[in-house]
Design a protein around this ligand. Structure first.
Ligand SMILES: Cc1cc2nc3c(=O)[nH]c(=O)nc-3n(C[C@H](O)[C@H](O)[C@H](O)COP(=O)(O)O)c2cc1C
Length: 202
């Protein structure tokens, strides 16, 4: 990739991992990115549950998420397939799906566009723009693995929500930061969300 993206679409689907999306929003806002977000229908419920947000419902959950992240973003409905990011002519510089359900990963790999998140993912691939998928499921079936391979072969960067322990995370936030730092890294952003490996185990 030549330049760091400045406009970024973040799809948040119904996989476990809302803290990753929250931290990512903050990190991208801190980097001055112009953000658009789309929560899938199940994503709304999972975000509310995992972040223990007081008020349910799409509008309230989106507002609480952005407020907690201290981020501003244009929010789109998953059924709004005519939204600007869905067109290659207005597509963001990069798209991220975090967390990414294996259902959405499969849809993108297969070129299905039932939601705006699928469509933006598909557009990123056809336009050869960066697409980062942060899948989370356990265990993975061979169906999941095949779809992730297909997405990767089509150009997506697969950054699984797999925190590492070699940097000795002390808190859950440290583990979240490891995954978010990896997402930032593949998009060309510098960060200090986890210390670089020094080779001495420290
Ligand atoms: C609480 C909760 C947690 C879930 N966690 C996962 C998960 O970690 N990974 C996954 O692929 N699906 C998970 N699912 C299932 C997806 O939400 C489901 O497949 C959904 O259809 C995905 O649609 P979406 O990609 O449009 O959000 C979870 C569902 C719920 C309700």
């Amino acid at each position: 990739m030549n330049a760091r993206p400045t406009s970024i679409f973040l799809g948040i689907t119904g996989a476990s991992g809302a803290p990753y999306a929250l931290r990512l929003l903050t990190a991208l806002a801190e980097r001055g990115c112009s953000l658009s977000v789309c929560l899938s229908d199940v994503g709304v419920d999972v975000v509310q549950h995992e972040l223990d947000l007081p008020t349910p419902g799409r509008a309230a959950v989106t507002a609480q998420l952005l407020e907690r992240a201290q981020a501003q973003a244009e929010a789109y409905l998953p059924g709004d397939l005519a939204a600007p990011p869905s067109s290659g002519s207005a597509a963001p510089d990069a798209a991220i799906v975090c967390p990414c359900s294996l259902s959405t990963a499969a849809a993108i790999a297969l070129g299905l566009t039932e939601t705006l998140i699928h469509r933006v993912g598909m557009v990123a691939l056809k336009e050869r723009r960066p697409l980062v998928l942060v899948p989370r499921e356990m265990p993975l079936s061979s169906i999941h693995l095949r779809r992730l391979l297909e997405a990767s072969e089509a150009g997506a960067m697969i950054v699984p929500a797999m925190p590492a322990f070699y940097n000795r995370p002390q808190t859950l936030d440290d583990a979240v930061d490891h995954v978010v730092g990896k997402v930032l890294g593949v998009l060309g952003f510098t960060h200090d969300l986890y210390p670089p490996w020094g080779g001495d185990g420290a």
